[in-house]
Design a protein around this ligand. Structure first.
Ligand code: NDP
Length: 462
């Protein structure tokens, strides 16, 4: 090991890479990390963090409107997009510096450079024009928005990356896709006053979530004024003489908008980094194939986060980093457990979910109990906002184990985090029933639904 420059070289300074570098350095390993763009990666620089800030920004018009029922008069409010972008930039720059400092503070070395594998132990640093060696190499280069070359006029379209930094807020936008990013951005742009159309190829948005929540969110988004066109895809995008964009949809309909944003999934960053030359196995989508310990087919090369073929979520990448450190440096082989991951969609209203959807549970268990509550949250009583909250528990009738918990409404993401604990622990509905409620909260509904709303037996609702 002493023959190498480093014990660990990490390629990619996002959430996963920085965590691995920082923790390895803090246990005394000689560590270096290379990032070609900005430390912090997708999540901090152009993903979760700025997205959440924009979600907050987009919620103010509803807060102002809701205030009236509580006796407040809010004088004519106005919004300035460049101020939001500039303040976001300041916050992101602050976090970026912290990410870098966290590695350096525990003795890790940081490089601002693209890094290319030369052989299983050597990495060429492009910006420095030199090669360094390491005993272990970790690839954490993340992913990027999937391009859409089949779409005629795709060069006129933007992706989430550009959406954060538009010179001006469009008057009208069309967003293609029905996943996390499309739905979150549709709500952001609508909240900021942009005429928003979501175009989705399937029957119902958010295909991997519980159908009840998908339908309710869809209805609520439409009620707010977002147009959702399902069973549709865009076929052609072109600039019109007014400088706006015309979009021809598969339905024959034409939209005229100022921006078209594509959010049709994300692909791994594995090109031109020497992986093929060194013989690292890639899957069909170009993602790095790893085992349950995040090890590639080459013994000393590992990969974590969105560059692998697993779940594309920041906390998952961080967890994979921690397991990698245990395995590679602490003599404690730790497989990554991807089961029962709590997640949130920062739509408006928000979705928080953990475990199996009703449909998935019905396929896997002979009989399930569904506990379902739909109610107007207390905060909307005086505000008069006609928006319901939906909560649902999916329970295996035989073992009474809670298989899934799904929430649509204010703070659903916060609740999903806490529900992740009892579901991960395999607790039963009995454990929920004997838990005292916190009153008055919306979450108390989760421990006070004593009788099943309905059951599903052999796939049939009874
Ligand atoms: P998703 O996989 O969530 O959604 C992609 C969407 O694009 C789906 O609705 C899919 O349809 C549709 N689609 C795929 N290909 C095409 C095509 N050729 N033409 C038209 N539509 C197409 O990806 P996102 O881009 O929204 O997000 C990427 C990942 O980032 C997510 O999977 C998530 O893991 C992560 N993320 C997490 C967030 C969070 O935790 N809150 C926020 C943002 C991103 P179909 O359903 O039919 O397949």
């Amino acid at each position: 090991m002493a023959g190498y420059d480093y014990d660990l070289f990490v390629i990619g300074g996002g959430s996963g890479g920085v965590r691995a570098a920082r923790v390895a350095a803090s246990v005394g390993k000689r560590v270096a990390i290379a990032e070609e763009y900005r430390f912090g990666g997708t999540c901090v620089i152009r993903g979760c963090v700025p997205k959440k800030l924009y979600v907050y920004a987009s919620q103010f018009p509803e807060h102002f409107a809701d205030a009236a029922g509580y006796g407040w008069t809010v004088p004519g409010a106005s919004f300035d997009w460049p101020t939001l972008v500039a303040n976001k930039d300041k916050e992101i720059a602050r976090l970026e510096a912290i990410y870098k400092k966290n590695v350096e503070g525990v003795g890790g070395e940081t490089f601002h450079s693209r890094a290319v594998l030369v052989d299983p132990h050597c990495v060429y640093l492009v910006a420095e024009d030199r090669t360094v060696s390491a005993d272990q190499i970790l690839i954490a280069t993340g992913g990027r928005p999937a391009p859409h070359p089949a779409l005629a006029g795709h060069e006129h379209c933007i992706f989430s990356n550009e959406a954060f930094d538009l010179k001006e807020l469009p008057k009208a936008i069309m967003i293609e896709g029905g996943g996390y990013i499309a739905v979150e951005f549709a709500n952001i742009f609508h909240g900021l006053g942009v005429e928003t159309t979501l175009v989705y190829r399937g029957k119902e948005i958010l295909s991997r979530f519980d159908m009840d929540l998908r339908r309710s969110l869809h209805e609520t988004m439409e009620k707010k004024g977002i147009t959702i066109l399902t069973h549709s895809i865009s076929e052609w995008v072109g600039k019109n003489p007014q400088g706006r964009l015309d979009v021809l949809l598969s339905s024959g309909k034409t939209l005229t908008v100022d921006q078209v944003m594509l959010a049709i999934g994300r692909i791994p960053n594995t090109e031109n980094m020497g992986l093929e030359g060194v013989g690292v196995e890639l899957g069909k989508t170009g993602a790095i194939v790893v085992d349950e310990f995040s090890r590639t087919n080459i013994d000393n090369i590992w990969a974590i986060g969105d560059v692998t073929h697993r779940v594309q979520l920041t906390p998952v990448a961080i967890h994979e980093a921690m397991c990698f450190i245990e395995t590679a440096f602490k003599g404690n082989p730790t497989a990554v457990d991807h089961d029962t991951i709590a997640t949130a969609v920062f739509s408006q209203p928000e979705i928080g979910t953990v475990g199996l959807s009703e449909d998935e549970a019905a396929k896997r268990f002979p009989e399930i109990e569904i506990y379902r509550a739909s109610f107007r949250p207390m905060r909307h009583t005086l505000s008069g906002r006609d928006e319901k909250m939906l909560m649902k528990l999916i329970v295996d009738a035989a073992s009474r184990k809670v298989l899934g918990a799904h929430i649509l409404g204010p703070d659903a993401g916060e609740m999903a985090q806490l529900l992740g604990i009892p579901l991960k622990a395999g607790l039963t509905k009995h454990d929920f029933d004997r838990t005292m409620a916190v009153h008055p909260t919306a979450a108390e509904e989760l421990v006070t639904m004593y009788k099943p709303t309905y059951r599903v037996k052999n796939g049939e609702r009874v």
